[in-house]
Design a protein around this ligand. Structure first.
Ligand SMILES: [Zn+2]
Length: 241
């Protein structure tokens, strides 16, 4: 016969155990890069011998910087992929149309660009879908790719994007020149040119601050790398399956 105290202790232990178990199962565990790469759902770069690379611009569209970039890209017949923020698309619908007209690709980079890494899956889905709906309205298409804010990926974030039929694109870890961190144009361009490798996904920004150094860097690096035989293609062309 158990005493009341023993019953109480056992019951407490039982409740504690089940609550821990529930918490563990409630949060899906984030896997490693190579595990995700095997799924074909998440990509950092492409393994190829062909001299093709993808320029990606995050956080726009911006009313000043994006049009200048589009002119430079057109001048060199280079294609790029713009990971746009839905709230900026709402403010700059004409620029989005110009990106499409230039045969560049548009990717989804959430609606409000929140850095909240504990964001609930339902909210994440909302963030992605709101931007998809605006893009569908403005361009007639839903983007193929999603890029999480700050490159932060968790199982929940990946599940949210994949559930909406997106592939998730990060970037080559050796191709992040941190252009947002007050780097000079030559610093940004040299970082990219020094580390260039076929199949690279290069991370730059056309929004989120003064981007004139980034623009100047692009003007330096495109002709230089083209003279070495590189072609600048959209992410879909780089990652064709
Ligand atoms: Zn961003």
């Amino acid at each position: 016969m158990l005493t009341l105290l023993k019953r109480f202790v056992l019951m407490t232990l039982f409740l504690l155990f089940t609550s821990i178990l529930l918490q563990v199962t409630a949060f899906a565990e984030t896997k490693t890069r190579s595990e995700y790469e095997k799924t074909g759902q998440v990509l950092w770069e492409v393994n190829t011998q062909e001299k093709i690379v993808a320029l990606t611009f995050d956080d726009g569209p911006h009313p000043v910087y994006t049009p200048i970039l589009l002119d430079i890209l057109e001048k060199y017949d280079a294609k790029a992929t713009f990971f746009v923020v839905g709230s900026n698309v709402e403010k700059n619908p004409d620029i989005i149309k110009n990106i499409v007209m230039g045969s560049h690709e548009i990717g989804n980079h959430t609606f409000s660009h929140s850095y909240d890494t504990t964001i609930k899956p339902e909210r994440m889905v909302e963030e992605i879908e709101k931007t998809n709906n605006i893009l569908l309205l403005e361009t007639g298409n839903r983007p193929r790719f999603f890029r999480p804010v700050g490159g932060y990926f968790s199982q929940d974030i990946i599940d949210s994007a994949v559930g909406l039929e997106h592939k998730v694109l990060l970037w080559s870890w050796h191709q992040d020149p941190r252009d947002w961190d007050s780097k000079s144009a030559s610093n940004i361009a040299n970082h990219i040119m020094k580390n260039i490798h076929p199949g690279d996904v290069i991370l730059l920004h056309d929004g989120g601050g003064n981007r004139m150094e980034t623009i100047e860097a692009v003007e330096i690096l495109i002709p230089k790398l083209q003279s070495e035989g590189y072609r600048f293609v959209t992410v879909s062309e780089l990652w064709s399956d």
